[in-house]
Structures are given as structure tokens and as C-alpha cells.
Design a protein around this ligand. Structure first.
Ligand code: CP
Ligand code: NVA
Length: 307
């Protein structure tokens, strides 16, 4: 069973194949109306259920359009409307959904819940973001960088801000694709200790510091994310603690002259990033958002390849 729960679980060749397939599918449907199926729609008749415990714009719409372009169909389930929201077990939910649909995507508060769903499902489960990681986002981000730079291996990426779920998935990808990653996070906002451990043991070129200037020095890519993720408490404290880690035009100017800016969105202009950066010529954020669609399609095909 091919679940897509964390980049750390995916082999480097498989991750590279997913990226290559995403590029190929994007090119193959150039010029088609967005709702039209792909020329060789690869998943006819397949049904995808999507469970949401948290809000989403990009993940929901990209997965809905992805399965439609692949020839399949989707249904969206909000936890509040499901028996899961009234205490039905994750295990029974997994067993029942597996009888109705061919794959399940879930955006959940707790990472363990997604792992439990996968353990009891007899169809592939895809992590659409948890408190600990956001692997689908990172496939789209890496695709965007490959489009722009051609290859990833020689790049230096700088993550500036909270060492959150999105940061964790970048850490997981670093040893697989060979790029260097410097994360600058304030004290108390470092990535989870398991991810710090992974960074140290996986052979990736990952550096951690409290210094945004050092992180962006020589960087080809500067990345920001919200200072207050879904489910975070103490928004006011976070905004204060993280304020010195905003990506300003001044910080961006310390990166390489041809550096680009990424942000998974939604963004908060004036908090984690200045409008001049995210709306400026170095920003790739809307290519990045579009590439969620192509990435999702490649992930769905990878999950369902032998199913
Ligand atoms: N980047 C991302 O996952 O966006 P949504 O929360 O809108 O899905
Ligand atoms: N770190 C953010 C990403 C949103 C797509 C969050 O978890 O809310």
C-alpha cells in the first residue's frame, strides 16, 4: 500500500519520479480548459475522499481539480459533519471509507491521527497537512524550483521564521534531493526535535540557527510561512517573538541577486513578509500555488499505481 504521509518515507527515486511526472503532466495539458480531462487521463473511475479538520483553499481545490483532470471524482467531508466528529473511531472510519473510495486525503490536527487512519485503511492515505508536516506542499515547491532553476541539487534554500510543519517537510526532502537548507528560527521556535534529529542523521545539508542574515547569505531561495499556523495558541506572543524574522526587502537583498521567494500561502503581508517581497519580481508564489495541482496529480498517480 502506497500511502503519502511524509517525504521522509518516500525514497529519493520515487520523489524524483513524482516530480518528473508532475512536470510532464503540466506540459501535456497546456492550453486545455482547466476542467477538461488530461489527454491520457490516468485514473478513470477512481474516487477520492477528502477529510478536512482544518480550513483549506489550495489543498482542497487542487485535489478536486487533480482527480477530475485524471478522470476520477472526489467528495469533501468536513469532520464536523462526520460521525468521526461525534467520536466514531479513526479505525472504523478508515475501514468504512476504504469500502467506498479508492483513496483518502486528510488534513488533520494531529499527525498521529493520519498515521492511524493509514494503518487501518485498505486504500492509500495522503497527508494534506498536519501539525507536524505538509508533504504535498513541498512537492509543489520543489517542482516550482526545478521549473525556475532547472535542478535542485546545487541550490541553497533559506527558511526564515517558525520551524513549523512546512519547514519539517523541507527538512525531510533535503537529503533526498541534495539541496542545502539553512533554517533560521528564534529560540523556542526550532523544528520539532525529531526533525532536528532527522536533519542530523539523514545526510542532508541542513543547518539550523537563530540568524536570518546568515541563512539568506548566498541563498538562491528564501522561504517564509505564517507566524501563526492553524491550531497555534498565543498568536500575539508568536507575532512578537517572530517579528524580527520577517522577510523584508532588506533581508531579501542579502540573498543572491537572482534569488526567488516562496511562501505556501495564505500570507500575511506586513507580518512574515513585506508586500514588496511577496508581490515583487522575485516572488514565485502563484506558480507555487498552481503547481499544487500538478504535484497532487503526480502524488495521486504514485499512490494508485498498483492499486
Ligand atoms: N498552502 C496550503 O496548503 O493552502 P491551503 O491551506 O489553502 O490548503
Ligand atoms: N503552517 C501553516 C501552513 C498553511 C498551509 C499552517 O499549518 O497553518
Amino acid at each position: 500500500m502506497r500511502h503519502f504521509l511524509d517525504i521522509a518515507d518516500i525514497s529519493a527515486p520515487d520523489l524524483k519520479a513524482i516530480l518528473a511526472d508532475a512536470h510532464a503532466m503540466k506540459a501535456a495539458r497546456k492550453g486545455l480548459p482547466k476542467g477538461a480531462p488530461d489527454p491520457d487521463a490516468a485514473l478513470p473511475g477512481r474516487a477520492l475522499a477528502m477529510i478536512f479538520e482544518k480550513s483549506s483553499t489550495r489543498t482542497r481545490v487542487s485535489f478536486e481539480m487533480a482527480i477530475r483532470q485524471l478522470g476520477g471524482s472526489s467528495l469533501v467531508l468536513n469532520v464536523a459533519d462526520m460521525q468521526l466528529g461525534r467520536g466514531e473511531s479513526i479505525a472504523d472510519t478508515a475501514r468504512v471509507l476504504s469500502r467506498f473510495v479508492d483513496a483518502v486525503m486528510i488534513r488533520a490536527n494531529k499527525h498521529e491521527d493520519v498515521r492511524e487512519l493509514a494503518a487501518f485503511a485498505s486504500v492509500p492515505v495522503i497527508n494534506g497537512l498536519t501539525d507536524r508536516s505538509h508533504p504535498c506542499q513541498i512537492v509543489a515547491d520543489l517542482m516550482t524550483l526545478e521549473e525556475h532553476f532547472g535542478k535542485l541539487a546545487d541550490l541553497k534554500l533559506a527558511w526564515v521564521g517558525d520551524g513549523n510543519n512546512v519547514a519539517a517537510s523541507f527538512i525531510h526532502a533535503a537529503p533526498k534531493l541534495g539541496f542545502a537548507l539553512h533554517l533560521a528560527c528564534p529560540q523556542g521556535y526550532s523544528p520539532h526535535e525529531d526533525d532536528v534529529g532527522y536533519a542530523g542523521n539523514s545526510g542532508g545539508k541542513v543547518e539550523l540557527s537563530n540568524d536570518p542574515q546568515a541563512a539568506v547569505e548566498g541563498a538562491d531561495v528564501v522561504i517564509a510561512d505564517t507566524f501563526v499556523s492553524m491550531g497555534d495558541k498565543d498568536a500575539q506572543k508568536r507575532l512578537m517573538d517572530l517579528a524580527p524574522y520577517a522577510v523584508t526587502a532588506e533581508l531579501m537583498a542579502r540573498a543572491n541577486a537572482k534569488a526567488v521567494f516562496l511562501h505556501c500561502l495564505p500570507a500575511h503581508r506586513g507580518e512574515e513578509v513585506e508586500a514588496a517581497v511577496i508581490d515583487g519580481s522575485q516572488s514565485l508564489v502563484f506558480d507555487e500555488a498552481e503547481n499544487r495541482l500538478h504535484a497532487q496529480k503526480a502524488i495521486l498517480k504514485w499512490c494508485l499505481a498498483d492499486a
